[in-house]
Design a protein around this ligand. Structure first.
Ligand SMILES: C[C@H](O)[C@H](O)[C@H]1CNC2=NC(N)=NC(=O)C2=N1
Length: 95
C-alpha cells in the first residue's frame, strides 16, 4: 500500500513525465505511445507487463493497431501514488 501523492509531488511528476497528462475527472494519468508497427506495440506491452507484474502495479491499457493507450492509477487508494510515477518512468524507458 502507498500514500496518495501530495499536490506538490503530483505537479512535479507531471513536469518530469513528458507526454503524460491527468485524466479529466479521474485520479489518473494517461499517455498514448505510437509504434512503427502492431508487432512493436505488442512487444512493448509484453515487456511492460513483465515489469508491471514485477513491481506489482498494473496498467489500464488498450491497443489499437500501432498505438497503446495507457492509464495509470492506484486502485488500492483510489488515487495517484508514487507507484504510478514509478511505472510511468519504467514504461517510458521501454520505448
Ligand atoms: C495486492 C496487490 O498488491 C494489489 O492489488 C495491487 C496490484 N496491482 C495494482 N495495480 C494498480 N494499478 N493499482 C493498484 O492499486 C494495484 N494494487
Amino acid at each position: 500500500m502507498t500514500d496518495a501523492l501530495t499536490d506538490k509531488a503530483r505537479a512535479e511528476a507531471l513536469v518530469e513525465l513528458t507526454g503524460w497528462s491527468l485524466v479529466p475527472g479521474r485520479e489518473a494519468i494517461t499517455r498514448t505511445y505510437a509504434f512503427a508497427s502492431f508487432a512493436d506495440a505488442i512487444g512493448f506491452m509484453v515487456r511492460a507487463a513483465i515489469h508491471a507484474d514485477r513491481i506489482d502495479h498494473h496498467p489500464e491499457w488498450t491497443n489499437v493497431y500501432r498505438k497503446v493507450h495507457v492509464t495509470l492509477t492506484s486502485h488500492d487508494i483510489g488515487g495517484l501514488s508514487q507507484r504510478d510515477v514509478e511505472l510511468a518512468r519504467i514504461l517510458d524507458k521501454l520505448t
